[in-house]
Design a protein around this ligand. Structure first.
Ligand code: ZN
Length: 160
């Protein structure tokens, strides 16, 4: 049985620290289709996600800026790497798989998530689940729009 210290160590393992210190796809995106401001007031995390859709509604390009805890920023960095170039169907599948992974630890749909599986450790810490989900909530919101700017908060319920 793991102690809480072990779990916290698991939570902050190397991949997370690396991505929070050197976030990938960090910056402004020229010609963004949708910009989403994601807010996690319980931790103070914020991200600004910009996505560009391809002709079929897939994610041709995505970039983010933001600030907050290591979990939120690393999750955004890992997510943008994973979702870039993916079809809408793939993005929706990964969104569900990631949500399952960080809320229940279920790994059934997680095989395609790669390094994002390190986020599994947050399921023991409900406040941290919000941090990990923040960029995914932003993508979920982006998929609902075809253009424009929108805000989403982790205090709002997930879209079904
Ligand atoms: Zn946070």
């Amino acid at each position: 049985m793991n102690t809480e210290i072990d779990e916290l160590e698991e939570l902050y393992q190397e991949v997370i620290l690396d991505h929070s210190r050197r976030p990938r796809n960090f910056g402004e995106l020229a010609e963004a289709s949708v910009k989403v401001h994601g807010d996690n007031p319980s931790c103070g995390d914020e991200i600004h996600l910009a996505v560009k859709f391809d002709g079929n509604g897939g994610l041709e390009e995505l970039k983010f800026t933001g600030h907050g805890c290591a979990i939120s920023q690393a999750s955004a960095s890992l997510m943008t790497m994973k979702l870039k170039g993916k079809s809408r169907t793939d993005v929706e599948q990964m969104l569900r798989a990631f949500h399952d992974l960080v809320t229940t630890g279920k790994t059934d749909g997680a095989k395609n998530l790669g390094d994002l599986q390190v986020m599994r450790g947050v399921r023991k810490f409900p406040q941290r689940v919000k941090c990990a989900m923040l960029p995914w909530r932003a993508v979920e919101q982006a998929l609902r729009q075809s253009e424009g700017e929108v805000t989403v908060s982790t205090e709002e319920p997930m879209i079904d």
